[in-house]
Design a protein around this ligand. Structure first.
Ligand SMILES: NC(=O)c1ccc[n+]([C@@H]2O[C@H](COP(=O)([O-])OP(=O)(O)OC[C@H]3O[C@@H](n4cnc5c(N)ncnc54)[C@H](OP(=O)(O)O)[C@@H]3O)[C@@H](O)[C@H]2O)c1
Length: 339
């Protein structure tokens, strides 16, 4: 399918059927890029703008096949593209091989396809704060800090970033967003549902978080794509450090009611995981082994000031506005009804 006319060149995008990727596609189109997206036969395309051209591509072959199998779709994806924006990623896997395939191998295969295409000048990877590791509010993570990921997910995102440092004939950089919320996201839905009943929780030892609306994360990624000066890793956040009372206040303001905080200690989460059994715990959002490691950290705070100071990133929504707009979206879509 044709990628359509874009006055700013063609961007090959992965993950466009997901939460962040669909906002990336919308923003790229709005800024005059043409977009060609990788999809799978099983992808849910409900958020994908019909102006986005699609190509069925295997980002990483399934277990049992060689790592270099089935690259034709990737070559088609990047053919004639000026830039690649690699947003697809595996955020939950029962084992490290799932993370390796979904995050590291996919990045290597896309970089190789981009190099083969000969037209691609820029490659932006959507990485994560998890690649750098946890940090409390006193000393947020900065780009110059040595990385110390504590989960299989974080280690795979760091390994994907390290792929970028190879001898590629293109400019490479990585965006490291913190936890993202916003319209089309389901990860924060339970938090909003609990707040409707007047409750939120501090998970384990996590005293503070950086947060960002996914639409603002998309703006940061597109900035890295368009600004030729951008190289290497970049943090991004909404300019505030959020502790549990701040989170409760923003949820309360969105719902127009008082939201109280409770505390779920790490020990209680670990006990609950033990009681439900390892296999079942891996499928539960709060009890999977990586989530328990996340919850044992003192915080997940990063400092996005370099992106603001050096590349002029600004205008990110504050939490009150972002949560209010997210709640509006959940209401419109009927997502708050009991499942
Ligand atoms: N959400 C956050 O809080 C957050 C924070 C930091 C970083 N990130 C990063 O942001 C990116 C997007 O996350 P998201 O929250 O938007 O996730 P999402 O809604 O689950 O979307 C994931 C996207 O990646 C695609 N994908 C996943 N595994 C794939 C594979 N093996 N082959 C091909 N496509 C695959 C999915 O395709 P299908 O539609 O076909 O499943 C979907 O388009 C990820 O790289 C994630 O690590 C997210």
């Amino acid at each position: 399918m044709s990628a359509g006319a874009g006055t700013r060149g063609l961007v090959a995008l992965t993950g466009a059927t997901g939460f962040l990727g669909s906002h990336l596609a919308d923003l790229l189109l709005a800024r005059g890029h043409a977009v060609r997206a990788a999809v799978r036969p099983t992808s849910d395309r409900r958020w994908l703008d019909p102006r986005v051209a699609t190509v069925t591509a295997v980002l990483a072959p399934p277990r049992g096949l060689p790592d270099d199998a089935d690259t034709a779709g990737l070559d088609e994806l990047v053919r004639g593209a000026d830039a690649v924006l690699h947003c697809a990623g595996v955020v939950r896997s029962p084992d490290d091989d799932g993370y390796r395939r979904g995050n590291v191998l996919s990045t290597r295969r896309l970089l190789e396809a981009a190099a083969r295409a000969g037209t691609v000048r820029s490659f932006v990877l959507v990485s994560s704060l998890a690649a750098s590791g946890p940090a409390g509010p006193e000393r947020p993570r900065r780009e110059s800090d040595p990385c110390a990921p504590i989960t299989g997910y974080g280690r795979s995102k760091l390994a994907a970033e390290q792929m970028l440092a190879g001898d590629w004939p293109l400019r490479t950089c990585a965006l490291r967003p913190p936890a993202l919320y916003g319209p089309r996201d389901r990860a924060f839905l339970e938090l909003f549902r609990a707040a409707k009943h007047g409750w939120t929780a501090q998970l384990g030892n996590v005293r503070a978080l950086s947060l960002l609306d996914g639409r603002d994360a998309a703006a940061a990624a597109v900035l890295l794509l368009e600004d030729e000066r951008a190289r290497g890793p970049w943090f991004v956040e909404d300019g505030a450090v959020h502790d549990t009372p701040a989170l409760a206040a923003a949820l309360g303001a969105a719902w127009g009611r008082r939201v109280r905080c409770t505390h779920l200690p790490v020990g209680a989460l670990r006990l609950a995981a033990k009681l439900v059994g390892r296999e079942r715990a891996e499928r539960l959002p709060l009890l999977a082994a990586d989530r328990l490691r996340d919850a044992a950290a003192p915080g997940w705070v990063c400092d996005g000031s370099r992106l603001r100071d050096e590349l002029g990133f600004g205008g990110a929504r504050d939490l009150a506005r972002g949560f209010a707009e997210t709640l509006d979206f959940y209401r419109r879509e009927g997502w708050l009804r009991a499942p």
